[in-house]
Design a protein around this ligand. Structure first.
Ligand SMILES: *Cc1c(COP(=O)(O)O)cnc(C)c1O
Length: 398
């Protein structure tokens, strides 16, 4: 079948919840994806910060195949070795104490919300607790996750949301303080906001929220779903700041393509929140997903990926600054590590379409921000190729 025939069929059969690009992907290798006609695309999206290792990594594929031949799924009523190993490895890289595996990022956020409410219930026996989230945040599409997502357009048609969520502003500690009262039980935010336009939290804000949570017996909960797993040159973006959250959510690159997320917490939070019977999942933490997590964490170490990210980041930043300086309608470059954005004074959709037609996959983060979240194995030569195609694409569109 031809590309257009596939697309027509997809548009007949799939619920139209995405405006998709004209691209039918067939396979991947390293930093590249190939469409069904064999055309190569340099990938600076990585399935939205998922495929950290690049495509077609033999050890990863072999580990999954081996697990498939053993057993794919059991049940959380029994123990399985991959889950035990994955939890241990995740504790080691995060410094957290307790792990609950989910199937997605949104579910990891749901877990954090339930953790916060239960913590509050045990704190003072009430169920009227408030959670502070941030404007221009993104935490997922399920009801809880959507309720803490600070983007009215995503929420409007689906009200009512879950109650008692308040919104403050990123990097504005006073706006958080102004919302704190006896009922406040948690502050939840992305260490680097992703969908909301690639906005890193600064040190003052993170440390300030930490202090505020300590003073008021509230939980500091970080969404590391996009910015975690090495993307910023730290395993988790908060590790740069010498503070620790009470609980955090991980997903996206955690399984590098196998659907798996997790929420993690320190011992204090674990001991004072969810107990047997409070939460569960059929698939979450199944042997296949956890075999992926184990292999991903192993390969991160083997490939020394954190150091690699730190090494290539300045080069990517410099290239993006150069592109920004060339065009006066590009207002700002911002980001952390291999999670970067270029903010335009206009929608970036046409630039993305042009780039894809020229063999470069990039994506937006909000209407006006071009987002760069390549596989973490990206090399300088890929950054050069990306920059060349992007400059051409901008010149030909705007
Ligand atoms: C992608 C994302 C989510 C939601 O994850 P899903 O797996 O799509 O449910 C939540 N928070 C952040 C920061 C994300 O980038």
């Amino acid at each position: 079948m031809e590309i257009q025939e596939y697309i027509d069929e997809a548009e007949r059969d799939l619920l139209h919840t995405y405006n998709r690009y004209h691209l039918v992907i067939d396979r991947g290798e390293g930093m590249n994806l190939y469409d069904i006609e064999g055309k190569r695309y340099l990938d600076f999206v990585a399935g939205i910060a998922v495929f950290a290792l690049g495509y077609g990594v033999k050890e990863y594929n072999d580990a999954l195949k081996e697990q498939i031949d053993k057993v794919i799924h059991t049940s959380n009523y029994y123990y399985n070795v991959p889950a035990i190993r994955a939890a241990k490895a995740l504790k080691e890289v995060s410094g957290m104490d307790r792990v609950f595996f989910t199937n997605s990022g949104a579910e990891a956020i749901e877990g954090l919300l339930k953790t916060a409410r239960k913590y509050g219930y045990l704190r003072d026996g009430k169920t009227d607790h408030e959670i502070i989230a941030l404007n221009s945040s993104f935490h997922g599409r399920t009801y809880g996750a959507l309720s803490v997502t600070g983007n009215a357009a995503y929420r409007a048609a689906f009200a009512p949301m879950i109650g008692n969520i308040r919104f403050a502003d990123m990097n504005d500690l006073d706006s958080v303080k102004a919302l704190v009262n006896d009922r406040t039980i948690a502050v939840l935010f992305e260490t680097v906001q992703g969908e909301g336009g690639i906005r890193p939290a600064n040190e003052e804000f993170i440390k300030g929220v930490r202090e505020l949570c300590d003073e008021n017996n509230m939980l500091m909960m970080l969404d590391e779903i996009q910015c975690g797993m090495g993307r910023t040159g730290y395993m988790f973006a908060w590790q740069k700041f010498g503070v620790k959250p009470d609980a955090m959510a991980v997903a996206k690159a955690l399984g590098c393509g196998v659907p798996v997320g997790a929420f993690l917490m320190n011992e204090k939070t674990g001991a004072n929140s969810l107990k047997a019977g409070d939460h569960g999942t059929t698939y979450g933490g199944n042997p296949l997903a956890c075999a992926a997590v184990c292999k991903v964490l192993e390969l991160f170490e083997q490939k020394d990926l954190l150091n690699h990210v730190r090494e290539v980041t300045p080069y990517l930043e410099e290239k993006l600054e150069g592109i920004k300086d060339r065009f006066d309608f590009i207002k700002e470059r911002r980001g952390s590590g291999l999670m970067q954005g270029l903010e335009f004074d206009r929608p970036v959709g046409p630039v993305i379409e042009k780039s894809i037609s020229k063999g470069l996959i990039v994506i937006n983060a909000g209407k006006n921000v071009l987002r760069f979240v390549p596989p973490l194995v990206v090399e300088k030569s890929h950054i050069d190729e990306m920059a060349d195609i992007l400059i051409e694409s901008i010149q030909e569109t705007l």
